[in-house]
Design a protein around this ligand. Structure first.
Ligand code: PA5
Length: 350
């Protein structure tokens, strides 16, 4: 079915395939965006990246890339308000693709109330209006996408914002490498490439009716969570995610028959994971394979952490897309999520 263009177009009624195919171009556009006006170039003591769902994913990618680079912590904050860490010597970056997310608006309101320097990354909505009123620097994003499909617009402007305050997470060469890796992947993961040589189609077919379980390592754990959320929203399936070595100390115990028989394990590997983590992946694979419905292993592309993480995220987007097609779900639509948001919004107006 995945190689039958007409069948694929019937399920993908909103042409999500075109948005995913344009992801490298989105990243290229996003890499040219900056906050305006420029934030004061004072190096913060910590960064709080506030966002929810797809708009928090940019913070996860950047925080993972920064782990071995920056002596300043990047805390991804998912929720209302801000943690106590947010003080005038920190920086808050409030990201909401739509600009209508109540939690992120409340994070910016809290930053303003506490005198914490802030930047907003959004295509519009309440967040853009608040930023404009309070003269908060803003990266203005183009609209029209589903937030989870706007990952490029949430990663690159955050990198540019951090760079503007003296926190360089990825060099220009690493950004160029990541863009090149995505270009190369677009050519081999799209619908025109047959399942026989398309890694994303093969993964979706391997997962089939099973529940996907995605495990990453110290760097790729951030990607594992992103795969889980893309699978949930695009394919409308439960999915689990975890990180090595932590899952060796708890979740590994849950891999028993009969529950494990309904799970398909996907391991997100990384060239720099190190010998101890590689050994742990090998053991997890060996122990889970005896009960799992299946096991797959994938690797990030490129040298720099940004290329490796974004290439894994892109593979995950396409895998969740093809799994949606196989299960007869339009990958664009998220009716339950939207129903919950609109009920919350009407409660808040009362
Ligand atoms: O992918 C989605 O649509 C969601 O996870 C949204 O990202 C989330 O609800 C927050 O919305 P926004 O990204 O517009 O702030």
């Amino acid at each position: 079915m995945l190689d039958d263009q007409a069948a694929l177009e019937r399920v993908d009624a909103h042409a999500t395939r075109d948005v995913l195919a344009a992801f490298p171009a989105q990243c290229r556009t996003a890499a040219a965006l900056h906050p305006e006006p420029a934030p004061p170039g004072i190096r913060p003591r910590a960064v709080i990246a506030a966002g929810m769902g797809g708009s928090a994913a940019g913070g996860d990618v950047v925080a993972a890339c920064a782990l071995e680079r920056l002596d300043v912590p990047i805390v991804v904050h998912r929720g209302y308000g801000l943690p106590a860490l947010a003080r005038p010597d920190t920086l808050v970056v409030a990201s909401s693709y739509s600009g209508e997310t109540a939690e992120v608006v409340s994070a910016l309101e809290t930053a303003l109330a506490r005198g914490v320097p802030a930047v907003a990354i959004t295509s519009g909505g309440r967040l853009a209006r608040l930023a404009e009123q309070a003269r908060v620097p803003r990266v203005a994003l183009p609209g029209g996408l589903m937030p989870r499909m706007a990952l490029g617009f949430l990663v690159f402007p955050l990198l540019a914002t951090l760079d503007a305050v003296g926190l360089t997470v990825a060099s220009e060469a690493e950004i160029a490498e990541a863009l090149g890796a995505l270009d190369a992947l677009a050519g081999v993961l799209g619908p025109a490439r047959g399942a026989a040589s398309n890694e994303a189609k093969q993964l979706a077919l391997a997962i089939g009716d099973a529940v996907p379980v995605i495990y990453g390592g110290p760097l790729t754990g951030a990607s594992a969570y992103r795969w889980k959320t893309d699978l949930e929203e695009n394919a409308k399936t439960f999915a689990l995610s975890g990180t090595l070595p932590e899952m060796n100390h708890n979740e590994i115990e849950a891999w028993r028959a009969p529950a494990g028989k309904g799970l398909h394990l996907v391991l997100l590997r990384d060239r720099d994971e190190g010998g101890a983590i590689a050994r742990r992946f090998a053991l997890v694979r060996e122990m889970c394979a005896t009960v799992a419905a299946g096991v797959s292993e994938v690797w990030g592309r490129g040298e720099g952490p940004l290329a490796r993480l974004l290439s894994l995220a892109y593979l995950g987007q396409w895998t969740s897309y093809y799994l949606a097609i196989l299960r007869g779900e339009d990958p664009w639509l998220v009716p339950t999520l939207e129903a919950l948001k609109s009920r919350m919004a009407s409660d808040e107006r009362r």
